[in-house]
Design a protein around this ligand. Sequence first.
Ligand code: ZN
Length: 203
Amino acid sequence: MKIFCVGRNYGEHAKELKNEIPEEPVIFMKPKNALLQPNTPFYYPEFSNELHYELEIILHVSKNGRYIPGKHADKYVNEISVGIDFTARDIQNELKKKGLPWEKAKAFDNSAVAGTWKPLKDGALEKPMQFYLLLNGEKVQHGNSADMVFDFKTVISHISQYFSLNIGDMIFTGTPAGVGECSVGDRLEGFFENEKLFDIEVK
Ligand code: ZN
């Protein structure tokens, strides 16, 4: 199982971190151990002093494929949810400054939270979808999939030009503006179309 992630896929988020809007999808990966298992506590990583939440719409791959054309890309995913791409922003900033890979900041154990999966209906990926994150009960991120720089089908197709997609893989499709720090004791609740799909506490 692989976890693909898209960086800088919402213009307002790219701007808040002073990054340029990319000309093609920015892709990075997290290993299997990055996925927080159900009923497992999330612990603040000891190597970071600036842990950020990034709420993202996530897709579940249901069919193996490579070189997938954009127009058929929705046939390769069957479920959707929201999740968190936890990021050690202090580590990432250091690595970015040196032009080094991001894995220590992005791919550490339990850095990927996936909410409850919902079935995807035909054509659903083309409609705008709303999602939001509550931090201790206060709305801190609110996204609309229509604001993506690269839409879902383009992202799936692009990834498949470089990597095989396999059943069980996940795709984190990018975070909207409003990312920020979280601390021990914080509660994070992720909503997709007004339905709560995850609820975690930082330990
Ligand atoms: Zn992200």
